[in-house]
Design a binder for this molecule. Sequence first.
Ligand code: NZQ
Ligand code: ZN
Length: 384
Amino acid sequence: MFDFTYHNPTKILFGKDAIERIREEIPSGAHVLMTYGGGSIHRNGVYERVKAALQGYRVTEFGGIEPNPQYATLMRAVELGRQAGVDFLLAVGGGSVLDGTKFIAAAIPFAGETWDIVEKRLEVREAVPLGAVLTLPGTGSEMNGWAVISHAEKRAKLAFYSPLVYPRFSALDPQTTFSLPPRQTANGIVDAFAHVMEQYVTYPVNAALQDRIAEAILVTLIEQAPKVMQNPTDYDARANIMWCATVALNGIVGVGVPQDWATHAIGHEITALYGIDHARTLALVLPAVLEFKREQKREKLLQYAERVWNLREGDEQSRIAGAIQRTRAFFESLDIPTRLSAYGIGAEAIPAIVRQLEAHGQTALGEHGDITPDVAAKILERCL
Ligand code: NZQ
Ligand code: ZN
């Protein structure tokens, strides 16, 4: 196991009254900027519950943060927050609203060019404190310090990290996810699945507990997914999915182990160029990365085959192929295609995606840093 330091400052409020509990966490007298997305919270009752919980606070609202949150939109919120003099941010929505709000938190007190926080990853020295009410499990943003921000004119979708933008608290009420359309439910499951795979299917370092936690999350997602797809108001299944997605990317699976974020890096470029949902890009790229890297990832793929898919018979190559095939089939069972052709995208797209990776310095991906642009092109050929 590698050496590590682990600190996660986010308090989790989980359960049916999680939203009502947020007022215990926001400093009294705070002027709160409440941020949200395109309106789902107006249709599922979350808006009213949050407003009731915020009674007695000064509240300024900013709605309209879109999926893959856009820099231009977020800068309007930054201006509003600066003018209103807010001193606490409350993000209410999915990963996009949470990520966007992390950027707003860092940008409000930032003196320079705010896009540099993302593009140049300038150090964030100060941020407005933030909390979250999560309505879409998947990204893990509710319990980490990462945010992914898009810039339409620059055709860029880039991540930044700061310990200062971990939510102070996140309220997770599985009931808020009952209203998710099947597509978003499925996206969240696949996103969480990929997060675990990218911290688990690398090479062994004898991190026995991290491996077991990773496998537990994967098995739980596989087991619970059909339940939420068939019965969107199954509270227990929704709760299990929600907690899986949080633990998948709150750092606990990834401490002390090698990681391979090539799938996410390539996926972000596909979203930036073609607007395909984040999780759908992962379903395209992940099986191809596993296939292409099956020799380097051999031991962990065999472990994955045995412990997650119960594949114990046959030779090594057939067990590995079986595990990758089951991974694809799992994504497809959620109605998420695993081939670019399903989106009408052909081989002509590959050079453009690879150029984007180069432009963003994503030229040494994977746990060995050996996924160069040429290798990424070969992986993309397997996604066609
Ligand atoms: O905008 P509204 O009207 O709220 O609707 C949203 C949106 O259209 C809807 N939705 C959310 N909760 C709902 C709901 N509809 C009905 N009922 C509910 N309870 O779902 C749509 C998609 O929302 P979005 O927030 O975009 O989805 P997701 O949570 O998948 O977030 C994706 C973003 O997170 C980034 C992605 O790159 C992408 O930009 N990621 C962030 C990460 C992080 N911070 O650690 C890691 C991830 O790998 C990922 O990259
Ligand atoms: Zn993701």
